[in-house]
Design a protein around this ligand. Structure first.
Ligand code: AMP
Length: 303
């Protein structure tokens, strides 16, 4: 079933203790789309500038990603993000953000995008995320991501958005910031009480927690020795999760748990190289092989 994502399309510059790379293909909607494309056709909506390399669009098209909703805006430059990781790869510092084309981006959805049943509002200003929701018709599942910047600067807009979505995905530090609650279990349920039916708290190398009215659980990250660049892990997580749900055309408790597992596995591949380089080397079979190892890892009591 088609899946719509609206979010940033970026040129990222990433510094790690081992290497530095400039103008890498990135952005929340790009990582999301690529990870989701292992499961389902994706419609990507976003904006880039004149400086956007056409080969990046070609790469996305080689997957089942419909890029017709990507606007190339004349006279503008693409959104740029620069970040640095410490030796402890869980610590990231944003060095620079150039909004450029995103400053005035006003998403206008095509007829087919408006009718997508599964929708992901990737990291972006809540006002813009709500603009998307104003246009969709007949959606079955709407999930959003957010970040500390929006919690701090557009708090009321974000609270309005939370009342209109089914699920929210956010980081542990962001859940604490949004609720003022240090205990993550309490924070997860408090976010849920702000509107969404379920909340996923991402905890980096410690996996992800799930909260609904009936369930609270945690799934560990897939243990990988090779952590080269964690950029996009959260967006790939969301892509794997939503991609699987759209493929299954359902989001009952069992499907959501397996979707969380696929999200964790998609993220585990993303961190093994810069940009989309590792995801480009794999196919659905690699995700399924890793799922089997993950399942064995979690099995105990002979079950
Ligand atoms: P993640 O590592 O999953 O949290 O996401 C990293 C991606 O988010 C990078 O590719 C960035 O281009 C993108 N990003 C960073 N800051 C922003 C922002 N303020 N708005 C939208 N996307 C952003």
């Amino acid at each position: 079933m088609p899946l719509l994502v609206v979010g940033s399309i970026a040129l990222d510059s990433v510094h790690t203790p081992q290497a530095e790379h400039e103008d890498l293909l990135g952005g929340s909607a790009v990582y999301f789309s690529y990870a989701a494309s292992f499961f389902t056709p994706v419609q990507l909506v976003g904006a880039v500038g004149e400086d956007w390399p056409a080969e990046h669009t070609e790469l996305l098209r080689t997957r089942q990603i419909d890029t017709s909703g990507m606007q190339v805006v004349p006279g503008e430059a693409t959104f740029r993000w620069r970040g640095r990781y410490e030796v402890d790869m869980n610590q990231r510092e944003t060095l620079e953000v150039q909004l450029n084309v995103l400053d005035r981006f006003d998403p206008v959805l095509s007829e087919s995008a408006q009718r997508c049943p599964f929708i992901f509002l990737a990291n972006g200003a809540p006002r813009l995320q709500r603009r998307v929701l104003d246009q969709v018709r007949g959606s079955r599942l709407v999930v959003a991501d957010t970040m500390d910047l929006w919690i701090r600067t557009t708090h009321d807009d974000l609270l309005e958005l939370l009342k209109r979505i089914d699920g929210l995905v956010l980081n542990d530090s962001e859940a604490k910031l949004l609720t003022g609650e240090e205990n993550l279990v309490r924070a997860g349920h408090q976010v849920r009480q702000m509107g969404p039916k379920f909340v996923v708290i991402k905890k980096g190398e410690h996996g992800a927690m799930f909260f609904s009215e009936y369930e609270t659980y945690v799934l560990p990250a897939y243990p990988t020795e090779q952590v080269v660049d964690p950029t996009g892990a959260g967006d790939s997580f969301a892509g794997g999760m939503m991609g699987y749900l759209a493929e299954q055309e359902r989001f009952d408790a069992e499907s959501l748990k397996k979707a969380m597992a696929y999200g964790i596995l998609a993220a585990s591949f993303t961190v093994e190289d810069f940009s989309l380089n590792r995801l480009r080397q794999i196919d659905r079979n690699d995700l399924d092989l890793r799922l089997e190892r993950y399942r064995q890892m979690l099995r105990f009591d002979g079950q």
